[in-house]
Design a protein around this ligand. Structure first.
Ligand code: ZN
Length: 302
């Protein structure tokens, strides 16, 4: 079906006591894996890509956001599930505007270098543009700490101030708010300590749906509790890349690919296809999260 509104999905989730997942993809097979999983569980889903990666200045090969937007849109059109398409955490307005014009119906700008006034007026502009094009805007107030696995450290973040968040939402007009409540970006080992009282307080003061980033680093029980308190979108990314890597690592460790027909290893799609196995590994993780956040069997209700 055609893309559905991300805030429509979130509001349905909020009213029915579950959360909808945003599972961040990076290419065609990973985004298809997310839809495989959602179809398997009859779940609404938010698909999309990370603007900070696609637009990264460190890229040695330039990417064109149009390819990603059109791809996501085509995938949504060819499934019966209600799907929204998010361009998440882009660091430039230019990328977001191009994304809106190539099919994304939800966008999020990320920067922690702007003053709150600058951040508010920038989001105001994005809201105006996105709404005109039938899309919605998510923003984050507070700052999630970042985990760095190579140095085993976590940067200092800043929890969301409920009054500041409420004021920002009112002034900017954003449609969804990502919050910092103990959740950690990119965290794999250990568990983030979620501040449930802060979630309760934010839920009371902030008028738009709340989003929990850093889903990978949160325990299953804490995720369930956060959802029960009104978190209606959960972002998951890191664990999907980890599952993909592990699957390929296992395959290469167990097969002598130098003596195999490369078409069987890549591209034929049979039982020996390494990339099909990796796609399945992503889908399995997505299914697991869909069950935890409660969106299984909700697609037909929307
Ligand atoms: Zn995030």
């Amino acid at each position: 079906m055609a893309l559905v509104s991300m805030t429509g999905l979130m509001n349905h989730a909020l009213q029915n006591g579950y959360a909808v997942g945003y599972f961040e993809a990076w290419n065609m097979e990973s985004i298809l894996a997310v839809v495989d999983a959602a179809e398997r569980t009859n779940s609404p889903v938010i698909i999309g890509f990370g603007g900070q990666f696609i637009g990264s200045k460190k890229r040695t090969v330039r990417e064109n956001i149009e390819h990603y937007g059109y791809l996501g849109k085509a995938i949504a059109k060819n499934t019966k599930l209600p799907v929204a398409l998010l361009l998440n955490e882009a660091h430039t307005v230019d990328l977001l505007i191009k994304g809106l014009h190539s099919g994304f119906n939800a966008i999020m700008y990320e920067s922690h270098d702007l003053s709150i006034e600058e951040f508010t007026s920038l989001n105001k502009y994005l809201v105006k543009t996105a709404h005109y094009l039938g899309a919605v805007v998510e923003a984050e107030i507070g700052q999630l700490p970042d985990s760095d696995i190579s140095s085993n450290t976590i940067s200092k973040g800043e929890k969301t101030d409920p009054d500041l968040a409420a004021k920002f939402v009112e002034e900017s007009g954003v449609d969804a708010l990502a919050v910092s409540v103990g959740n950690v970006h990119l965290l794999e080992s250990g568990h983030a300590e979620i501040d449930f009282d802060l979630i309760r307080c934010l839920r009371k003061k902030v008028k738009v749906p709340l989003v929990l980033h850093g889903g990978t680093g949160i325990s299953e029980d804490d995720l369930r509790q956060a959802v029960s308190l009104g978190m209606c979108k959960v972002n998951v990314g890191t664990i999907l890349k980890r599952a993909y890597l592990k699957s390929i690592q296992n395959y290469l460790g167990n097969h002598d690919v130098d003596h195999m027909d490369p078409h069987n290893v890549i591209g034929r799609g049979g039982s020996m296809d390494m990339l099909c196995g990796a796609r399945e590994a992503i889908a399995e993780e997505v299914v697991r999260f869909i069950k935890i956040i409660g969106s299984e069997n909700k697609a037909h209700l929307i």
